[in-house]
Design a protein around this ligand. Structure first.
Ligand SMILES: NC(=O)c1ccc[n+]([C@@H]2O[C@H](COP(=O)([O-])OP(=O)(O)OC[C@H]3O[C@@H](n4cnc5c(N)ncnc54)[C@H](O)[C@@H]3O)[C@@H](O)[C@H]2O)c1
Length: 225
């Protein structure tokens, strides 16, 4: 089973999505805080934004949707491909999580994507990686390549069951992953407002908040429908 998750799964844990608030993410314009241009223009603002996000995530708890997906590992071989930078899937107990867009509890050299370190506190201007370069959040910003997509595509291609939870399916290349799921694999989409998908076959839409929707998914899978 392969699950593609997005910001909507963490909404009920108190972490805000941005499509739901007119393109703002916690009150910020995305281009001011989550692009390479923003980093060049005002690195302090970018660090402040992600330092604040990191504190929010530390305080947040996984919700019933994260826990429900973790529970599926009892009966299925589950891979979660998430666009989220939080660690709520892992904290709920999921053991196989691929973060397409990076992780809030990691930082890296601004020059070398291989020099990655754990971080629970704040990143400050002047904090350097071992290559002497400024440390930045280990986040894939808008307009940056998404290296993990190459790992994600073959995983989706082999899905026997494909589940999409809490993503608007507008941010590419992540959104394009749904097109790689085998046509005959059952697909479940859980979202409080089901996103538009064209030419995708075999879909069951569960238009509910993630916590309720995952519960419904578990009972559908249990009953074999
Ligand atoms: N928690 C996080 O890590 C976080 C938070 C905000 C944005 N982001 C970044 O934003 C990008 C945007 O893509 P996205 O599709 O993940 O987010 P998005 O904001 O574009 O879409 C969120 C989707 O979740 C749905 N939703 C909102 N509340 C829900 C709920 N309670 N239950 C079920 N569905 C709900 C919305 O209807 C929408 O379809 C990603 O790259 C992600 O890295 C991440």
């Amino acid at each position: 089973m392969v699950v593609l998750s997005g910001a909507g799964i963490s909404a009920e844990s108190g972490l805000k999505t941005f499509r739901d608030s007119d393109g703002l993410w916690e009150g910020y314009n995305i281009e001011d805080v989550a692009t390479p241009r923003a980093w060049r223009k005002d690195p302090q603002l970018v660090l402040d934004f992600y330092n604040y996000r990191r504190r929010n995530v530390l305080e947040a708890q996984p919700n019933a949707a994260h826990h429900g997906l973790a529970e599926l590992e009892k009966n299925f071989d589950v891979t979660i491909i998430t666009q989220n930078i939080d660690d709520l899937h892992e904290r709920a107990g999921s053991t196989n999580v691929l973060h397409l867009h990076g992780e809030i509890f990691k930082m890296r050299s601004e020059r070398n994507i291989e020099l990655v370190y754990e971080i629970k506190g704040d990143i400050k201007i002047g904090d350097k990686a071992e290559d002497g370069q400024q440390l930045r959040p280990h986040i894939v910003w808008f307009e940056e390549p998404v290296p993990k997509i190459e790992e994600a595509i073959p995983v989706v291609r082999q899905a026997d069951i494909f589940v999409v939870v809490g993503t608007s399916l507008v941010v590419y290349p992540a959104a394009g992953l749904v097109n790689y799921a085998p046509w005959n694999a059952p697909k479940y989409i859980i979202d409080k407002r089901i996103p538009y998908t064209s030419e995708i076959t075999n879909i069951t839409a569960i238009e509910k908040p993630a916590t309720e929707g995952v519960k419904i998914l578990l009972s559908l899978l249990e009953s074999g429908s």
